[in-house]
Design a protein around this ligand. Structure first.
Ligand SMILES: [Zn+2]
Length: 394
């Protein structure tokens, strides 16, 4: 079995306030088998085991992107790009994007909407070792209303029977979770507005219950304040965007936020690496309102998880750190931000074997120059990436 002992100036075992100075991690096959100081492990581990010493570097859990669309090209018209793409070319492009994300230190991605379950095929190829990329969790076609947000991906439903049939189909195609477009979005011409609900409260409950019959959780795209409340009542696992919109602008609802906390629902407040430009386009007033509700949620104790929405217009693959810097601009500490990207993300995704560094965990690890607890920018200086113990570009 392949073994390697990796040592670095700092090992962030996770949560991010747990750091071993001059630490080391023993990797055996796909798993972590020992964690400690470099001095201890250097003595206890057999001399014939290869050493990878990383002076001036930090070793931490691989990053997790909780919201991507591998089928989208990040160009101005993803709808056309997906609808017109040849399936073979699209599959190749998706594999390239996955590889790019892994090279940027992202060892797990949750894909929240594709066509023809293409992500499942890629997920299985990566798991089998015939393709290189992060571990993938796939939602396949998101449920949406007729003519609704991202209906072009094939998940349009109207009646309860159609809801049941779509969830059964996604499960049969190998989905790891169910995604519902609970409110409108910005991508689909003629669809409902972002604050408008696409499903009733009862339908959302049906979606959560049906998904649970297949052992699947639900991620809900929810911009509208009413929709967010309906999703919380229905029992979704994560809220995507969660921007508290109404016809009159942003209206934050503290009681709903408290229930988000009590019910352990994570909020994936997606932003692309290009958020500065996005805020400029929004104008100072709306940008401040948006920032204000994120601060309010944080004060309430809402658990945020990291997601880029990579693939939608302007959200490039491989610009994960740019997204993290948005939260830094809102005065989140670096430790909080690293937790969003690792331990909290893993918890929200229901993954118990990644997101921290401990014996028995998958060896999803990155080594970066410097120390990300001091500067997030150091996450751009990737030295090594291991996914389930497999080194990339070592
Ligand atoms: Zn999305």
């Amino acid at each position: 079995m392949n073994k390697v002992l990796i040592s670095a100036d700092h090992v962030i075992t996770g949560p991010a306030d747990r750091v071993i100075t001059r630490g080391a991690v023993l990797v055996e096959g796909g798993s972590i088998t020992a964690v400690g100081t470099a001095a201890e492990l250097d003595t206890s581990v057999e001399p014939e085991v290869p050493r990878l010493a990383c002076p001036g570097a930090t070793l931490l859990p691989g990053l997790i992107d909780c919201h991507v669309h591998l089928a989208f090209d990040a160009g101005p018209d993803p709808l056309r790009a997906v609808a017109e793409a040849d399936p073979g070319e699209l599959a190749t492009a998706m594999a390239d994007r996955a590889e790019q994300m892994l090279a940027a230190g992202v060892t797990t991605v949750r894909d929240l909407g594709d066509r023809d379950a293409l992500t499942v095929t890629l997920r299985d190829a990566i798991a089998a070792g015939t393709a290189t990329g992060p571990r993938v969790l796939a939602a396949t076609a998101p449920l949406t209303s007729h003519g609704g947000h991202c209906g072009f991906l094939g998940g349009e439903v109207t009646t309860d029977d159609e809801i049941r049939a779509r969830i059964a189909r996604n499960a049969e195609q190998g989905a790891d979770l169910i995604k519902v477009m609970a409110s409108g979005g910005a991508l689909t011409p003629g669809g409902p507005r972002m604050w408008q609900p696409q499903f009733t409260r009862d339908q959302l409950r049906l979606i959560v219950d049906e998904a649970a019959r297949y052992g699947l959780g639900v991620a809900a795209h929810a911009h509208g304040t009413d929709t967010i409340e309906h999703c919380v009542t229905a029992g979704v696992r994560t809220l995507e965007h969660c921007s508290w919109r109404t016809a009159e602008g942003i209206v934050y609802d503290p009681p709903t936020a408290r229930r988000i906390v009590e019910n352990d629902i994570a909020v994936c407040r997606c932003v692309s690496g290009d958020w500065r430009l996005f805020l400029e386009q929004m104008g100072p007033e709306r940008a401040e309102a948006m920032a204000g509700v994120i601060r309010d949620m944080r004060k309430e104790g809402v658990r945020f998880i990291a997601g880029t929405d990579a693939g939608v217009p302007g959200a490039r693959f491989g610009d994960y750190v740019g997204m993290l810097e948005f939260f830094s601009s809102l005065d989140f500490s670096h430790a909080e931000i690293l937790d969003m990207a690792t331990v909290h993300a893993a918890h929200a995704l229901g993954l118990t074997d990644t997101g921290t560094i401990a014996p028995g965990m998958r060896a999803d690890l990155i080594v970066v120059d410097g120390n990300p607890l001091e500067s997030l920018d150091s996450l751009r200086a990737i030295r090594h990436v291991l996914t389930a113990g497999r080194p990339i570009g070592m």
